[in-house]
Write a protein that binds this ligand. Structure first.
Ligand SMILES: *Cc1c(COP(=O)(O)O)cnc(C)c1O
Ligand code: SF4
Length: 334
C-alpha cells in the first residue's frame, strides 16, 4: 500500500522538545525540564495539532496536553502504572472484556500524538496488542461469546493502523453473526483530521455493522475547520459520533470552557458523552481535578446547558461493571 497523506503527516510529527519550543516561540527555559520528562514518555505532536496552539503562550491549554514538564517525575500517592486494572483484565488476543455486551480490542500501542496525562504512559503494549499476533485470537474470543454485540477498537489509537489491516479486521468482525456494532475510539479526527479519508470511510461504513466513533476532544480550541471537515465526512456517511473528554487541570477545568466544548461539539454533530475524571497514572498528578471541584463544575455547566449537551461525569474503577457515575448534584463533599 502506498503511503497515504495522513501517514506522511504522522511521520513528520514534531518529536523533539527543542523543535516544539522553537516552532511556538516559547521560552528556552522550558527546554531542560521538557528534555528530562521526554525521557519518561516521548513528545509527539503532529503539525495539524500544533497549528491550533497559540505561539508564545506557555499556558495554552493544548500545549499543556503535549509539553513534557518536571511535574511528571513527581511521585504522588495513589498514582500508579495501571490505574484501571487493565493488565489484569487482558484476555487472549488483546481483548479486554470488562463490561457485558462490549468487548474492547487493543489493536495497537501507537498514537498520532502523545498526551501527557495518558494511562498509556506505562502500558506494556508490546505484550498486549492484538495486532502483533494478528487478529485470530481476538476474533475467536468474540465469536465464542454470543453475549457480545459490540466490538470496540481501542489502543493506543486504532486509526494509526493502515486501512488494509483495518479493512481485514472489520470484515472478520462483520462475519461474526451476533455482533451488531463496530465502535472506534480515536483521537485521530481531532489531532490528525486528514486520517479521515476515503479508504477509512470505506471499511468503517462498508459492512453490515453499525459504525460508531467516539472522538476524544478536551478543549474547544482543538475543534478547528479541518477537524470540522473530517467530522462532516463521517456524519455524511452515517457514522454516529460521540465525544469523550478528560477533565484536566489547567486545560478544561472551568465551566465556560466545558460549555464552549459542548456547544462546538453539538454544532459539529458530535454528542457529548463522557467527562472522565483522570485515571490516576504515575506522572499525571498535576492534571488531577478533585471530586468536589469536578462536581461544582458540573453544577455550573448544568445550570447553563441543554441536558443533551451535558456529558456524564464518570470515573473508571477497576472491577466495576460500568464507568462509575459521579453524583454531582449535591453540595456536600463526596
Ligand atoms: C470504557 C470501556 C468500554 C465502553 O464502555 P461504555 O460505557 O459502553 O462507553 C468497554 N470496555 C472497556 C474495557 C472499557 O474500558
Ligand atoms: S491513547 Fe489517547 S490520550 Fe493516550 S496518548 Fe493516545 S491519543 Fe493521547
Amino acid at each position: 500500500m502506498s503511503t497515504a497523506p495522513w501517514q506522511r503527516e504522522w511521520q513528520n510529527a514534531i518529536r523533539h522538545p527543542a523543535s516544539l519550543l522553537k516552532r511556538l516561540g516559547l521560552d528556552a527555559s522550558l527546554l531542560e525540564p521538557a528534555t528530562r520528562a521526554d525521557r519518561l514518555f516521548e513528545l509527539r505532536v503532529p503539525e495539524a495539532y500544533l497549528q491550533r496552539i497559540e505561539p508564545g503562550n506557555r499556558h495554552d491549554p493544548l500545549l499543556r496536553q503535549v509539553l513534557p514538564v518536571d511535574a511528571e517525575s513527581a511521585d504522588s500517592a495513589g498514582f500508579g502504572d495501571d490505574p484501571v486494572g487493565d493488565h489484569a483484565s487482558l484476555a487472549n488476543g488483546g481483548v479486554i472484556h470488562k463490561y457485558r455486551g462490549r468487548a474492547l480490542l487493543i489493536t495497537t500501542g501507537a498514537c498520532a500524538i502523545n498526551c501527557r496525562y495518558c494511562f498509556r504512559r506505562h502500558f506494556p503494549y508490546a505484550d498486549a496488542n492484538a495486532s502483533s499476533g494478528q487478529w485470530a485470537g481476538a476474533i475467536d474470543y468474540l465469536r465464542a461469546d454470543p453475549s457480545i454485540s459490540e466490538a470496540i477498537l481501542s489502543g493506543g489509537d486504532p486509526l494509526s493502523l493502515n486501512d488494509r489491516r483495518l479493512g481485514a479486521l472489520s470484515e472478520a468482525l462483520a462475519s461474526i453473526p451476533h455482533l451488531r456494532r463496530l465502535r472506534v475510539h480515536s483521537r485521530m479526527p481531532v489531532v490528525l483530521p486528514s486520517r479521515i479519508d476515503g479508504a477509512l470511510l470505506e471499511w468503517l461504513t462498508g459492512t453490515r455493522l453499525t459504525p460508531v466513533m467516539v472522538i476524544h476532544a478536551n478543549h474547544p480550541n482543538e475543534l478547528d475547520g479541518r477537524v470540522a471537515d473530517a467530522l462532516q465526512r463521517l456524519t455524511a456517511r452515517g457514522v454516529r459520533l460521540y465525544n469523550q473528554a478528560v477533565l484536566l487541570r489547567g486545560v478544561n477545568d472551568d465551566a465556560a470552557t466545558l460549555e464552549a466544548l459542548g456547544e462546538r461539539l453539538f454544532e459539529l454533530g458530535v454528542q457529548p458523552y463522557y467527562l472522565h475524571l483522570l485515571d490516576r497514572v504515575r506522572g499525571a498528578a498535576h492534571f488531577e481535578v478533585d471530586d468536589a471541584t469536578a462536581a461544582a463544575l458540573m453544577r455550573a455547566l448544568a445550570a447553563v446547558t441543554p441536558g443533551y449537551m451535558l456529558p456524564r461525569l464518570v470515573r473508571e474503577v477497576a472491577g466495576e461493571p460500568w464507568k462509575v457515575p459521579i453524583d454531582w448534584t449535591r453540595h456536600a463533599p463526596m
